[in-house]
Ligand binder design. Structure first.
Ligand SMILES: NC(=O)C1=CN([C@@H]2O[C@H](COP(=O)(O)OP(=O)(O)OC[C@H]3O[C@@H](n4cnc5c(N)ncnc54)[C@H](OP(=O)(O)O)[C@@H]3O)[C@@H](O)[C@H]2O)C=CC1
Ligand SMILES: Nc1nc2c(ncn2[C@@H]2O[C@H](COP(=O)(O)O)[C@@H](O)[C@H]2O)c(=O)[nH]1
Ligand SMILES: [K+]
Length: 481
């Protein structure tokens, strides 16, 4: 077992995802479903995806939805510790198979339903009675062509599919098919609404395994910065029950980070400690020495990030991951490839380079589950706003409590975009649609390389270097040429 190999020798210059491709090899893996996507970095994730600690991306709905499919969501360091506690408790109380319903009572208005519907990908609001028992379902079609003040009780579909909350996913799928219904509703023994599931949700419940803690509840991570009393903040997060702690700053290879990390390690946290960001083997060694279990790799590849244009600092991400993963592996540790992922192929390449997991931010901002409001552009197409964590917008929110003078000083060092539009893909508007695409792409990449696990992908991967024309050739041409 040697790790990833270059087809025609490793070039003398650094590479990013677009510069490289995976060469197919002889395979004994007969089905893509036989590939195990579990990670080995101790975080308990069953798919190699981590959602970035960005305010425009990671909140409670994202955390619930992604953990149910086996990934991990890192709450941003800007969330108040007490609010983190509430989110952790809430996420850990979610069902492992059934989605959290959107709920109204019959007297609520169609306008209320239309406001709620984009919060979740399942496309239905459940109307309940005073006891919390479901009496009907409202979808977008039911709200069209009626006055916005109409009561939802008048437009609700009363022919609902109700099942016990312990029904196996396959039987939920079959019941939905038999009744041609959009959603099934789970009820507890008292008949109160306990969850909602679509046909595709039932299918996913069968294919994915949720990321669960020792008590069988969904996992969640949270970040802490390097300023202030880091140990006290970290202790509060651990007290709230977070399953992974991320110590995060732009320049992770700095003394402030090393002392922050040592103070976190001294707490004996009992959960994996992730730290970053760095892009060199020396950075990895220093963070491991200071107590990190997982090193976050990536300076400048992020979609909201202006660091490279402002400073010239960074490193093409494929090479950064390759070097850092090799170093971490030699020390018995792991890396997360953070930033710059725009296609499933980028995830496959980061894993082939040796990352145990891949962090995705902006791409997931454009989904129903990200925290922002759903907006529409001039053509009526839905989008959400995204912004960088070092942007003026994020920095001014983070430094709210500082004096005007100090805030003005900090604002000089803006290294991110304050407002960008992340379009919702009409064919993949939910984060689970994106997870499906990523996991399918990675499973398929593994079988092309003859790998049944992500470790085998790293061991067997042969990587070639391509020209810009080589990359362009791989792009689909939906409207001809
Ligand atoms: N991966 C990436 O490429 C980048 C990621 N980010 C993300 O933005 C968020 C905010 O991070 P950050 O800006 O570090 O803010 P933090 O609030 O974490 O503070 C960073 C601290 O480090 C000091 N510092 C010293 N050198 C640097 C440097 N070159 N860049 C930044 N701070 C430095 C700052 O002091 P002082 O202000 O006095 O200089 C400050 O005290 C994080 O989530 C981070 O991951 C931001 C930029 C790049
Ligand atoms: N230089 C900056 N980097 C940022 C900022 N906000 C976030 N980030 C980094 O990007 C990744 C996510 O990358 P994406 O391509 O998936 O969006 C995130 O984890 C941070 O490391 C920023 O304002 N400036
Ligand atoms: K960038």
């Amino acid at each position: 077992m040697t790790g990833v190999r270059f087809l025609n020798g490793e070039p003398a210059h650094d590479l990013t995802y677009d510069d490289v491709f995976l060469v197919p090899g002889r395979s004994a893996v007969t089905s893509r479903f036989d590939v195990d996507l579990g990670t080995s970095d101790g975080t308990g994730a069953t798919i190699p995806i981590v959602v970035a600690n960005m305010t425009a991306v990671a909140g409670r709905r994202m955390a619930e939805t992604v953990a149910r499919r086996g990934g991990l969501v890192v709450l941003p360091q800007d969330v108040d510790p007490a609010a983190v506690g509430d989110i952790v408790t809430w996420v850990k109380s979610r069902h492992l198979a059934w989605d959290t319903p959107l709920v109204l009572t019959a007297n609520d208005s169609v306008a209320d339903a239309l406001n709620l519907l984009p919060k979740r990908a399942h496309g239905a609001v459940v109307v309940v009675d005073g006891e919390g028992r479901p009496v009907g379902v409202v979808d977008e079609a039911a709200c069209l062509g009626v006055d916005r003040f109409t009561r939802v009780g008048e437009v609700a579909d009363r022919a609902i599919v109700i099942l016990p909350v312990d029904s196996p996913p396959r039987s939920v799928f079959d019941s939905l098919h038999d009744h041609s219904a959009r959603v099934a509703l789970a009820v507890d023994p008292q008949g109160r609404l306990a969850g909602v599931l679509t046909g595709v949700g039932a299918l996913r419940a069968d294919i994915y395994s949720p990321a669960t803690d020792a008590s069988g509840r969904l996992r969640i991570a949270a970040a802490v910065g390097v300023n202030g009393d880091v140990a006290a903040k970290a202790a509060a997060l651990l007290e709230s029950g977070v399953d992974t702690l991320v110590v995060d700053t732009a320049h992770g290879h700095q003394e402030k980070m090393l002392s922050a990390l040592k103070s976190v390690r001294a707490l004996n946290p009992g959960v994996p400690v992730v730290a970053g960001n760095v892009v060199t083997a020396q950075g990895v060694r220093d963070l491991v020495d200071a107590g990190a279990d997982v090193i976050k790799v990536g300076v400048g590849p992020g979609a909201m990030c202006t660091t490279r244009m402002m400073t010239g600092v960074g490193r093409p991400q494929f090479s950064a991951v390759l070097e850092c993963a090799a170093e971490a592996r030699s020390l018995g540790k792991h890396v997360w490839a953070d930033g710059g992922v725009r296609h499933p192929r980028d995830v496959a390449l980061a894993l082939a380079a040796g990352a145990s997991s891949v962090m995705v931010g902006s791409w997931f901002a454009g989904t129903y589950e990200s925290p922002g409001d759903l907006l529409r552009d001039e053509q009526g197409r839905p989008y959400k706003e995204s912004f960088g964590m070092a942007s003026k917008r994020a920095v001014s929110a983070r430094t709210r409590a500082d004096s005007g003078f100090d805030r003005a000083r900090k604002a000089l060092f803006e290294e991110g975009i304050s407002s960008s539009r992340m379009r919702l893909d009409p064919k993949a508007p939910g984060v689970e649609d994106l997870l499906d695409a990523i996991c399918s792409g990675v499973r398929s990449a593994c079988t092309y390389a003859g790998a049944g696990t992500l470790e085998e992908l790293h061991d067997r991967a042969v990587v070639g270097v391509q020209s810009a024309a080589g990359f362009a050739e791989g792009r689909p041409l939906p409207s001809g040429w």
